[in-house]
Design a protein. Sequence first.
Length: 376
Amino acid sequence: MTNVYDAIVLGLGGFGSSTLCHLAQRELNVLGIDQFGIAHDRGSSHGETRIIRKAYFEHPDYVPLLLRAYELWSELESQTGQSLYEECGLFLAGPPEGEVISGARESANKYDVPVDDVSLDEARERFPLFNFEESDAVVFEPEAGYLRVESCVSALVNQAVAAGASVVTDQPVVSWSADPGTVRVITDKETYQATRLVIAAGAWSGQVLNELSLPLTVLRKLLFWHGVSSPVWSEATAFFFERPQGCFYGFPSIVGQTVKLAEHTGGLTVEDPLALDRECYPFDSEPVSEFVRRTMKSVSPHAARHAVCMYTMTPDGHFIVDRHPKHENVILAAGFSGHGFKFTSVIGEVLADLACEGSTSLPIEFLRIDRPALSV
Ligand SMILES: Cc1cc2nc3c(=O)[nH]c(=O)nc-3n(C[C@H](O)[C@H](O)[C@H](O)COP(=O)(O)OP(=O)(O)OC[C@H]3O[C@@H](n4cnc5c(N)ncnc54)[C@H](O)[C@@H]3O)c2cc1C
């Protein structure tokens, strides 16, 4: 047996690529395995851009992790000389007592995140491409922006390889097993052995970790690119609206001809991620088209193109980042619930800590696998 490593990372999407990079930079002999190629479009880490922000409406406990995530993205940019993050700013709009505005204000207050409370008159002046409701509160975060998602994944894998990692692609893992001090990973072509295993299988986590019966639901999510008729869209900020119909968000125009938009809420359940339906149906596009008609100026209500992606939801919408409850040399990261990408830099560091030291100094208690919300 020649395929023996210090650690194996199963899955090289957002979280796996980052973990591989952190482990390789700690001089471990590490192997990353994926069933597809690097920065592919069959999982959850594709579609051009991902929002990153610190006034985190989902829960204030994420903010310390975000502060470290920003540092690590910046370090990756310095190491690679690539521009991965664009600080275009982001505004949130919605009812003042809604989850989005009140949650963002709570996180901003607790951790002194710089945000501006923007009056409606000022919002109409500063963000002239949007129609606001009289009942909207608007919060602007200048230090928010977007990450170039495929470039981030490729950069992480390239850095890992430069630090000595091995990578195999187009090899589905068909099974794995663990004993104290040894893990064995079997793909459709080879058997690999290592001291530790990190599992970051995205929408396939339920299958790869089936013995744990994790309460995960995979949702089918569409992204849309709509044509714009104003050059001002290139200078826009990112935006996120909480509306009675759902939450909708989007980005400035990157190439000047289209803007990317999506609905954060909703989505059909996916039974088999490999058989994901990639067609776009009227029930997919209509909520976003209706949002465009009501809220956005100089944007076609009809999508020029679309992509299909997956959210892997936990019951409480919070991630699972922990050691495997039955195998202490197996670490897992799952259930990123449609808001994980911005954290891949820091969670990769956490997973490397857990794999190497068995613990981490980063605050991840709230993401434990044995929290009550996961015992459903
Ligand atoms: C439409 C959409 C918009 C989003 N917007 C944002 C946003 O604005 N901001 C944000 O922070 N987050 C956002 N997210 C969430 C974020 O993108 C995800 O949480 C994150 O990318 C998930 O990364 P992952 O590593 O868990 O999954 P993936 O990137 O899918 O990686 C999992 C990998 O495991 C591999 N794999 C699985 N099983 C096996 C196997 N048996 N053998 C070999 N390989 C295997 C897969 O091929 C895949 O490459 C969005 C997600 C979607 C879908």
